[in-house]
Design a protein around this ligand. Structure first.
Ligand code: FAD
Length: 344
């Protein structure tokens, strides 16, 4: 079988890159073995504000300009709803935090998102003695629906098995994998990179995250509450609660510690009773300097990487896939800040 591209991994990165391939009429095959979970379990939020410090996310405006039309187009193609605009309300822990918020509201990159009026909390289930600050023009992508529907849409081109790196033969003008002959290979493996001999030494670290799904009839919120944890409405009376950060655990299995941490943080966030209905975990592929990792292998010019999406895969994947495709096909330069060659 002769094709243009082999893609390894069908998470947010793989989907975004395949969209580039389709747009430019390139043929491809994608391998997916369900070994990683990050895109599947993600909260899927797109929010250009770092809510710890009230500062702008790096290049958020540029990212969103590409990301929102990208997901809108996928909604039409897949005939499903992926984008939900929903406000985030930040509960202030201290008066100092309130003051920092007022200050941030005037930041040119944040003023379209942060509302100056601090709201008094009127919901008796929510603990917010210093009020709530509203972030607008933000929301989330339903990544689970995206992944499921996308895989179905391209099912003829998906091979549901583990890609075995040792079976790959790389020559200067072609890539051979079993019966497949391709011009290029693009690895979009998330934390699976650790088994990839071409790229495993790049400084990508595991940032494991766990989430709970809870059911409570009393909370009744139609916004994402951000306090010690975030609480995101799903369907009626059901909410996603997250997320933990663990820099040591390399598995994507839910743990008792993760569950307890979220329960403890929930105690500081809401007062009402709830029932835990599910717990999931995944590993965010996070780079030492908190920037993505894209580009081409230093010796093999047909072996490429799209990784390091960290905590913001939703906003990053569409713009990065475009940059990587243009670099491969049209020799466009990838800026140093995101180019994997910064670590060579
Ligand atoms: C708890 C949690 C909450 C998050 N919340 C948000 C959020 O609100 N907003 C946001 O933007 N981001 C969020 N993220 C981060 C986001 O999920 C990631 O940035 C993004 O999913 C990474 O996508 P990826 O495609 O690079 O990696 P992955 O999603 O890990 O995809 C890699 C794919 O490659 C496959 N694979 C790997 N190795 C092989 C192999 N050898 N053969 C075949 N297949 C292989 C895996 O099975 C997997 O499907 C969150 C992450 C977690 C864990």
């Amino acid at each position: 079988m002769k094709i243009d591209y082999i893609v390894v991994g069908l998470g947010l990165a793989g989907i975004a890159f395949i969209e580039q391939l389709k747009q430019h009429n390139k043929t491809f095959i994608v391998f997916e073995d369900n070994s990683q979970n990050s895109s599947k379990v993600a909260g899927g939020m797109f929010n250009p504000v770092i809510l710890k410090r009230f500062t702008p996310v790096w290049q958020a405006t540029e990212q969103l300009k590409i990301a929102i039309p990208f997901y809108k187009k996928l909604e039409q193609k897949l005939n499903c709803t992926l984008i939900r605009y929903i406000d985030i309300k930040k509960s202030f822990k201290t008066i100092e935090e309130q003051n920092n918020w007022y200050f941030a509201c005037d930041h040119p990159k944040l003023k379209n998102y942060l509302s100056k009026d601090i709201q008094e909390n009127t919901n008796s289930c929510i603990i917010a003695p210093n009020g709530l600050g509203k972030v607008t023009n933000v929301g989330n992508i339903n990544t689970k629906i995206l992944l499921d529907n996308y895989k179905k849409e391209i099912s003829d081109f998906v091979i549901e098995e583990k890609f075995i790196h040792s079976k790959l033969q790389v020559a200067s003008d072609k890539i051979q994998y079993k019966y497949i002959n391709a011009k290029h290979i693009v690895f979009c493996e998330g934390y699976g990179i650790k088994q990839n001999p071409f790229f495993k030494n790049l400084p990508l670290k595991e940032a494991k995250g766990e989430l709970l799904e809870i059911k409570t009839g009393n909370l009744k919120i139609d916004f994402i509450l951000k306090s010690s944890v975030f609480i995101m409405p799903l369907s009626t009376d059901t909410y996603k609660v997250g997320a933990t950060f663990n820099w040591k655990d390399k598995t994507n299995l839910p743990t008792e510690n993760g569950r307890q941490e979220l329960i403890d943080k929930l105690k500081k966030t809401i007062t009402c009773d709830y029932k835990i209905t599910n717990q999931v975990a995944g590993i965010r592929p996070t780079v030492k300097d908190r920037r993505p990792l894209i580009g081409t292998h230093k010796t093999h010019k047909n072996v490429h990487l799209l990784n390091g999406l960290g905590t913001r895969g939703v906003m990053l994947a569409p713009i990065l896939s475009k940059k990587l495709f243009q670099a491969i096909e049209n020799n466009k330069e990838i800026e140093k800040e995101i180019n994997l060659n910064r670590f060579y």
